[in-house]
Design a protein around this ligand. Structure first.
Ligand SMILES: [Zn+2]
Length: 509
């Protein structure tokens, strides 16, 4: 295998101990070093390395980190969302057409349909026409889905590809709902949206993801790799619907999936044990503050405790870790009970509202808290309405890391964008606007937030996997006592170089 020599990189101290402490700057050399990468691993790290004839890159004193991981996302949904044209806020058919005229020429034209979403036509001065859409889209199929998803505005090419007769206006209700499940016929896997998602991830220094996509991501990823994709490491989950299949195939968490070229390993069994805050279905020890009229004042468990334990026991016996979605405090307590009782290893996904007494239990049993700090930006005001009496127990990142719990950050993209810098920023300064931080006592320092974003990898050293990022500014040097400014700097961090398995996936020196 070919190697790579990265010259003049400054090491960033990365890590976190069981009291939440991060390594001091003095633990890494001040001067830039050369980094030799051989067979996907850092093989040498010293100043002035001799060339072995490999490719060389001089990063001129920029900062070297272990590459970033997103520990919870839905890859296909994220890829689709990333290239969907946002039509929210448009006020007329003319307005939509004008927006498309600007955006369509900037999209790669690979034969796949362009999708738009979010217009609300109820108050438009006149109905939309197929002809005006054709006029700006030419031969490219275009599908525009209204914000309430109750109508579809398709151009002639899209209608033709779906075998529908020519028409003058939009498709509505029954006629539209019959077409909706067939829209994926207009996209081809591995085309524009996927390509943009891979590029975007590499630009942000992302080297790996845990894909919790519905269906069978453990079946989809080896196909992508077989088609030549090499830009991410992936742990691919399964859901209970595909558990039999995974067990039948003998897939065990952590083992390489056949055809994955070492990049794709089997992930956990994902189980959605309760609901969500916004729908008032996250399962809580106490009723929601605005429970009046709710059918389930404390939220809902999707599996009875014995049923959940049964699923986890099957997973554990088959060598599969578990990733239990639990947002409410009672759901989390229940999930911990089931993991302890069955010996299942793995994570609580979201861990949004926690009983303080469960923090030491997570630590004692080595259960990971897989959390999405960017969600707290959206959930702040909803929490004030639903859980005003327990808001101090929401997104308890600081308490968790200081109690020795492994906190792993992620996005749950498309719920928040695949952007570890945004997640770190939200963990450091818990506000999306002019308001002060929400529960500032639970904020992480920039160094802690970084250590929770590298899949457990510490300061780059000899033997580190060559999944690396080089950035323009050192995130651990940001002032933790000025969190608003630190968060702004994190969000704006520029990534100069991303390397996955020894291969360059992004270069902007
Ligand atoms: Zn999710």
């Amino acid at each position: 295998m070919t190697g790579l020599l990265v010259r003049n990189a400054r090491l960033v101290p990365v890590g976190i101990d069981p009291t939440g402490r991060t390594p001091a700057r003095a633990t890494v050399p001040d001067a830039p070093l050369d980094v030799r990468i051989t067979d996907g691993v850092v093989s040498e790290l010293a100043p002035g390395l001799l060339s072995h004839g490999e490719d060389e890159l001089d990063v001129a004193g920029r900062f070297l980190l272990p590459g970033l991981w997103d520990r919870h996302l839905h890859w296909d949904q994220w890829a689709a969302a990333l290239t969907r044209i946002d039509l929210a806020g448009t006020t007329s058919a003319d307005d939509v057409v004008a927006r498309l005229a600007r955006i369509l020429p900037t999209l790669p034209d690979d034969g796949a349909a362009a999708f738009g979403f979010g217009h609300r036509s109820a108050l438009w001065p006149r109905p939309a026409t197929v002809a005006e859409l054709d006029a700006v889209s030419g031969g490219r199929p275009v599908v525009l889905i209204s914000g309430d998803a109750h109508n579809g505005w398709l151009n002639s090419r899209a209608l033709e590809l779906l075998g529908l007769p020519p028409r003058t206006g939009v498709l509505e209700e029954k006629e539209w709902f019959d077409i909706l499940p067939r829209l994926d016929e207009l996209t081809r896997p591995g085309t524009a949206s996927q390509e943009e998602a891979f590029r975007d991830a590499a630009r942000k220094g992302v080297v790996g993801v845990v894909d919790m996509e519905f269906g069978g991501p453990f079946l989809a990823w080896p196909e992508r790799i077989a088609a030549g994709e090499r830009r991410l490491k992936v742990r691919a989950a399964t859901y209970p619907s595909h558990l039999d299949r995974a067990i039948e195939l003998g897939l065990r968490t952590g083992e390489a999936l056949a055809g994955g070229e070492g990049l794709v390993t089997m992930g956990p069994l994902k189980v959605i044990s309760d609901g969500s805050l916004n729908t008032r279905t996250a399962y809580c020890a106490e009723p929601y503050a605005d429970a009046a009229g709710l059918a389930h004042p404390r939220g809902v468990l999707n599996y009875a405790p014995a049923e959940l334990a049964g699923l986890l026991a099957r997973a554990a016996a088959a060598g599969l870790d578990v990733a239990v979605h639990a947002i409410g405090d009672a759901a989390i307590a229940n999930a911990i009970d089931a993991m302890v009782a069955t010996g299942a290893r793995g994570s609580i996904e979201h861990a949004q509202l926690l009983a303080r007494t469960d923090i030491p239990r997570l630590a004692a049993h080595g259960i990971v808290a897989s959390m999405q700090p960017a969600h707290l930006l959206d959930d702040r005001d909803v929490t004030a309405a639903c859980w005003p009496d327990r808001a101090d127990r929401c997104f308890m990142t600081r308490s968790l890391v200081e109690a020795g719990v492994t906190v792993a950050l992620g996005s749950d993209a498309p719920v928040s964008p695949l952007d570890p810098w945004l997640e770190m920023a939200a963990a450091v300064f818990r506000s999306a606007d002019e308001r002060d931080a929400w529960n500032a006592a639970e904020a992480l320092t920039p160094a802690q937030a970084l250590a929770c974003s590298t899949d457990g990898r510490g300061t780059v050293g000899i033997g580190s996997p060559a999944d690396l990022a080089v950035v323009e500014t050192d995130p651990t040097a940001l002032d933790a006592t000025a969190p608003r400014a630190a968060a702004a700097a994190l969000r704006e961090t520029r990534v100069a170089l991303t390397i996955v398995d020894g291969r360059i996936t992004h270069l902007a020196l």
